[in-house]
Design a protein around this ligand. Structure first.
Ligand SMILES: [Zn+2]
Length: 206
């Protein structure tokens, strides 16, 4: 191989880890707004306002079959949250579908809700569709979890230690399911988030 070709290959290999990553600002811009999926805004007069200090991962806890319309699921979830549970809105701030697409749910400035005993104030809540006691998360979902966690960590200054899952805060749940929790326990998410944040720093100093 001629030297210039070798050099360009070296440049390509060195540059690709950062360039392959979406900038975190782009991650935020790609989030599907509530109005687009057909949701209605939460009533701000009933909201409990909070400041984000932690990121907490959840699963849906029910099977999400391929072919299910995620926007219809979100509309049903919003209606159920308000009418059956009497909550302000969907309990989570972001929902990730089977394709790794991210949807805005409850406004991030409003504290979430839960069926278990922990207080979700201060937590940015991410839900991944599916029941990970039964199925494995797919790679697009895992990538999207990293995207959203990293975006939130950067925006709110959340430390890696404060990125956890529902069952880390409550003994009363297996959420986010054994097959998703494994990625938390084995530090997959924290490791990937750390790389993303380092990539952002490199991007900023370019
Ligand atoms: Zn949960």
């Amino acid at each position: 191989m001629r030297l210039p070709a070798l050099l360009s290959l070296a440049v390509l290999l060195a540059a690709s880890p950062v360039q392959a990553q979406q900038a975190l600002a782009e991650v935020e811009r790609a989030i599907v707004p509530v109005a687009i999926w057909g949701g209605t805004p939460a009533d701000p007069s009933k909201a409990r306002r909070h400041t984000i200090k932690q990121v907490t991962l959840h699963h849906q806890g029910e099977p999400f079959l391929p072919g299910t319309d995620p926007q219809a699921y979100l509309r049903r979830l919003q209606t159920w949250s308000r009418t059956s549970k009497g909550w302000l809105d969907i309990p989570y701030h972001y929902v990730i579908d089977l394709d790794g697409k991210v949807y805005a749910a409850r406004p991030i400035g409003f504290a979430g809700d839960t069926n278990t005993e922990y207080d979700p104030a201060g937590h940015a809540l991410i839900e991944v569709v599916g029941n990970f006691e039964e199925v494995e998360p797919n790679q697009r979902q895992l990538d999207a979890v990293v995207d959203v966690m990293a975006m939130l960590a950067k925006k709110y200054g959340v430390s890696l230690d404060d990125i956890r899952s529902h069952r880390d805060h409550s003994d009363k749940t297996v959420c986010p399911g054994a097959n998703l929790y494994r990625y938390m326990k084995e530090e997959y998410f924290r490791h990937k988030v750390a790389l993303r944040l380092a990539g952002e720093q490199a991007r900023a100093s370019q």
